[in-house]
Design a protein around this ligand. Sequence first.
Ligand code: ADP
Length: 481
Amino acid sequence: MAKQDLIVLALNPSPTLDLMEHALPAAGFGLGIVHNRSELDRAMQESIPALLIIGDKFVDQDGLSISAGILERFPTLPIILYADKDTTGFAKSALKMGLSGYLYAPLKMEDIVGEVQRSLARARQLGDWLRREVKRTTASLAEKAEFSESERHKLEAIANIQDGVVVMDRNKNVILVNRAVRTIFNLGNKELAGKPLADVISNADLKALLDRASDGPLKYHEINFDDGRVFNAQYTPIPKIGGAVTMQDISYLKELDRLKSDFIHTVSHDLRSPLTSILGYTELVERTGPLNANQQEFLHRLQGSVQHITTLINDLLDLGRLEAGFDTRRELVQLENVLKYSLDMFETQVKKKNIKLTVDVAEGLKGVRANPIRIRQMLDNLVGNAIKYTQPEGAVRVSMSMQGDQIILKVDDTGPGIPPDEQGRVFEKFYRATNTVDGVQGSGLGLAIVKSIVDSHQGRVWVESTMGKGSSFIVLLPVQE
Ligand code: ADP
């Protein structure tokens, strides 16, 4: 048999008490009757009843204030207040106090049983809801505990990896730096959490990276140290937290790159003199006596090839000089003036391919502090490529404008376009994209030279291109203040 619900009656002797004594057991409830306050307290201590019915006067005390005390200890216990008669405000004060019901004489059996059942049902509903809530909160707490445990493991993993990792909040205050970063910047065991990263680590390259952080995730950014070490750093925003800087030591790659550049430079240098003399002698051959048509043709082919290698070698030597930082000449240069020379040089090619060339230079362009020879080289390469890769009857547009303290140079064409996955690579040395039309010659060095020139003038260059539609090369250069 199911356990009976125990109902405690704390009522003064009256016909109603008698009635309840009969009605409730008959309805299947267990009954406990207490006769004074101390019996009531004991009963509550022994086992919490399912429901309490208390008189508004119990012995000589006020039922409402006894109920208030009991509710403080057992907030979910259903309590019904009983009064000999309905007085103004009786029901209101019972409900205001948080009791679950009230009864007043005269009463019939079903009034009593009905009110008891209603109160118990409501208490059960409340109990169920509470249990559900507790379960839900416990589950979410457990989840959180599990989460922070796994977070802790992750943080430990970060602390131990070889790459440098700094995690910052939205205001660029340090949340975490790992051991590698402490070693890289010689930070010892200083407490860094909560401090602005720029104050903790004073490195100009790192500062520049943080300043550019709002431009979005950056893939390549070099951090240089006076002792020759070089790191590649990336900034990655972390939603809801702030961001992270990760750094890898690329000193050995830089050293390899330097060795390779030195090698190329030496070889190119040594090759240039014999090539110049080959070219010189082929020109002399023509002058020393009449040649037949075949000999003439072979000689021209020879000259073409030597010319091609000489251009390549010159490009390589140029790149070597630019990369070594030898380009220090600076004067005030008006880009639009240099552009005229460049366009003159391509006039014949433009006419031959019947390319529609448009030039759009905004009024009042400011000058840039630059090396005019390098600027000319940059324009020659960009405009030259646009003309070279665009099919006959296509269009090329060169525009220059100002935005804030920068000059924007754009070279647009209606050429073949560059596949999206290759657009980032066309600025690499010797990289020729797969879009190149048969017969279009090149060394893959032109854009590498452009990038080096732009970099050495503190500018930025990038390409936007759609396959089959054309490409736009965009250069930003800071103007002279
Ligand atoms: P190249 O000597 O091959 O022209 P560049 O460094 O100037 O070398 O360019 C690298 C590659 O980028 C080219 O081989 C070509 O695939 C691509 N490219 C450069 N400019 C354009 C352009 N305007 N339109 C289409 N592709 C281009």
